[in-house]
Design a protein. Structure first.
Length: 430
């Protein structure tokens, strides 16, 4: 755009949006699919929370059930037992903004001969940018980003923070509530389910890429184990999220078992328009880390925003320019209320120390600490409430007397059998 009177850089968008020989429709190529973000929005989990005094938010959660059932005698004294049922989580508001600048005079030129509104185009691009940023944040760890200071903690804590690869790691805290520790301790309720494969032989070794059949078998077996562990009568996951690597591997597994019955429907399409596993939708989410698979109950995840600050827009005059800055701000965060209802499987180079009996991928050694590990054994009622009688008054013969009668009965039967035998006559021939 050489020799343009007021500078090509300043008027580039105005030129593109107003000249009559351009097409009347602006071609848009910025739409993206964000499966998990769409799922959360559909569940109604994007909700406002009125901020209190101060920055941090504290919420009580019912952490444990009351398991004080006692079996006693009718006249046994009543005892009292105190049980800690509640825990609390704490989280901060996270703040971000995005902006664009439009020159007032350029905007006036655009309005006088517009085929597309520059303001509307910039607004739409900004909304799409926020949508991408939030979809990316869903999987973020809340600490590191190429755009932020390392370890700044300014970002929201996404799934890499809310769900842990190794929920038993020492000194592990999530939402200011202890998660790390010993399997089966009082913080088990705050631990998500986890599975781990390793590239080396330090853990459950994932087959090499050269053996794709074995990879697919291990993938499907581990997915089945995770779903069986998570799904209960009061909880079921509603989505499995993975990136290209595992999604393509799962499709490969399905195709290997696809039987063509030589009907017209199967000849038209051998692909899959939708993919499920055990009735659960499987989503290809390109923001999901390439080495992880998430098994989520989206009703337990919440996208909180401060009331009145859900992508609020402000317009500011730039002091030394005929221009306005259009700023959109957001204050909010992600939280999870029941991590135990969710799971993650991770492929690591070497093991991260996940306990063997807590690794869903090693199901033969897996122990579900939500349920007691009761060993089988034969038991017998050895209590004699009254000699020769049961507690209901039924007469029970003494063991010695009963045995004596049984022996006497057998003897009489034997004698009777002997007497019924035919006598042997000497010299008798047939």
């Amino acid at each position: 755009m050489a020799n343009y009177g007021y500078g090509a850089a300043l008027f580039k968008d105005a030129w593109a949006a107003t000249r009559s020989y351009y097409a009347k429709k602006v071609i848009e190529d910025i739409e993206r699919s964000h499966p998990l973000l769409d799922k959360m929005a559909g569940q109604g989990n994007i909700a406002a929370k009125e901020g209190g005094v101060g920055k941090r938010n504290v919420e009580l959660i019912l952490a444990r059930v009351n398991q004080n059932v006692r079996w006693v005698t009718f006249d046994e004294p009543i005892t009292a037992t105190r049980t800690s049922l509640l825990e609390q989580i704490e989280w901060d508001w996270k703040f971000c903004y995005q902006d664009f600048v439009l020159n007032d005079k350029v905007l006036s030129i655009n309005k006088s001969d517009e085929i597309a509104s520059l303001l509307e185009i910039n607004q739409k691009a900004l909304r799409q940018g926020f949508s991408r940023a939030m979809a990316e944040q869903l999987y973020a760890g809340g600490a590191d980003s190429p755009k932020l200071r390392s370890g700044s903690g300014l970002e929201m804590g996404g799934l890499n923070y809310l769900l842990s690869e190794n929920p038993y790691a020492s000194d592990l805290y999530v939402l200011n509530l202890q998660r790390g520790g010993t399997p089966g301790d009082k913080y088990e309720f705050w631990r998500n389910r986890a599975g781990e494969w390793t590239i080396d032989a330090s853990g459950v070794q994932f087959p090499s890429d050269a053996n794709r059949v074995a990879q697919a078998e291990m993938l499907v077996n581990s997915m089945r184990n995770m779903v069986q562990t998570l799904n209960t009568s009061k909880n079921s996951i509603d989505g499995i999220y993975m990136n290209y690597k595992f999604y393509d591997l799962y499709i490969y597994f399905m195709q290997e078992r696809l039987h063509i019955n030589n009907v017209s429907g199967e000849k038209k399409d051998v692909g899959f328009s939708s993919v499920e596993f055990m009735g659960i939708p499987v989503y290809l989410d390109k923001y999901c880390p390439s080495n992880q698979i998430y098994f989520l109950n989206s009703s337990t995840l919440h996208f909180k925003y401060l009331e009145g600050e859900n992508f609020k827009q402000e317009v500011r005059q730039i002091p030394d320019m005929f221009a306005h800055q259009y700023i959109t701000t957001f204050i909010g965060n992600f939280i999870i209320e029941r991590p135990r209802c969710n799971g993650v499987i991770t492929l690591n180079t070497t093991t991260n120390g996940l306990p063997e009996d807590c690794n869903v991928c090693n199901f033969s050694a897996y122990h579900d600490y939500d349920y007691p590990n009761v060993q089988s054994g034969q038991t017998s009622d050895t209590v004699i409430e009254r000699e020769d009688y049961s507690g209901s008054g039924v007469y029970r013969e003494p063991v010695l007397l009963r045995d004596l009668k049984e022996k006497r009965g057998k003897t009489e039967v034997n004698k009777k059998d002997e007497s019924n035998k035919s006598p042997h006559i000497i010299g008798e021939r047939d």
